[in-house]
Design a protein around this ligand. Structure first.
Ligand code: DX5
Ligand code: ZN
Length: 217
């Protein structure tokens, strides 16, 4: 199975985002973490910054909203150029409607679950979304340790999707590296977010290739 890699700019140099993005152009997507200081205890960036990133990014933007009231805000991110918009199941009032509103703009829609949220919570949404994000750390901060206890959710979602005749991408986010990525892929993930393990090393293209190689074995 060929995997997609989405470097997370949360680990990049925020004073030089354009050149940081250019250095990861061999990846598949650019992961952008939007945090509001309420849904998670951290604050990052919002609509005007995402709009400019979409204009200059060499890769499609994969926007991960860790915000309250995604029902209101998610379609706005889709309208201004994000290729994919992910909202948290725990924050949404009407997840099915939120996904439909994102898709109506032409963007891909994805739903995310925190480590404490069971896979069952989103199984009846598998036909409504293009991707499910299984968080492999508590959302809010980069550089945390991968939580292997989240992996069975990927296997369960892969099986439930097949049963429903759906084929959403399955994404993991948090603590993904050459060491942990193969476990996530073996459990069913096909789309890998990685922050520190890609932007930490000086050779970002090499770091991306190392993760691809690790997942081939
Ligand atoms: C965490 C964010 C992640 C974060 C991952 O809440 O959603 O996208 O950047 O960072 P690493 O790969 O460093 O754990
Ligand atoms: Zn993220």
């Amino acid at each position: 199975m060929s995997i997609r890699i989405a470097p997370s700019i949360l680990a990049a140099d925020f004073a030089n985002l354009e050149s940081e993005m250019a250095q990861v152009s061999t990846a598949d997507l650019l992961h952008v973490d939007v945090m509001d200081g309420h849904f998670v205890p951290n604050l990052t960036l919002g609509l005007p910054v995402v709009k400019r990133l979409a204009e200059v990014s060499p890769l499609p933007l994969d926007v991960h909203l860790m915000i309250e009231d995604p029902d209101r805000w998610a379609p706005r991110y889709a309208e201004l150029g994000a290729a994919s918009v992910t909202f948290h199941f725990e924050a949404a009032r009407d997840a099915r409607q939120c996904a439909a509103d994102i898709k109506s703009t032409g963007a891909r829609a994805a739903v995310a679950i925190k480590p404490g949220t069971p896979a069952d919570a989103v199984t009846d949404l598998l036909e409504d979304v293009d991707m499910v994000l299984v968080m492999t750390v508590e959302p809010g901060f980069g550089g945390q340790s991968f939580m292997p206890e989240t992996l069975p959710k990927l296997t369960a979602l892969r099986a439930a999707a097949e049963q429903a005749g759906a084929a959403p991408w399955l994404q993991v986010d948090g603590g993904i590296s050459v060491e942990t990525a193969p476990y996530a892929v073996a459990a069913g993930a096909d789309t890998l977010v990685a922050g520190v393990s890609i932007f930490g090393p000086a050779d970002r293209a090499g770091a991306i290739q190392a993760i691809r190689d690790a997942c081939r074995h």
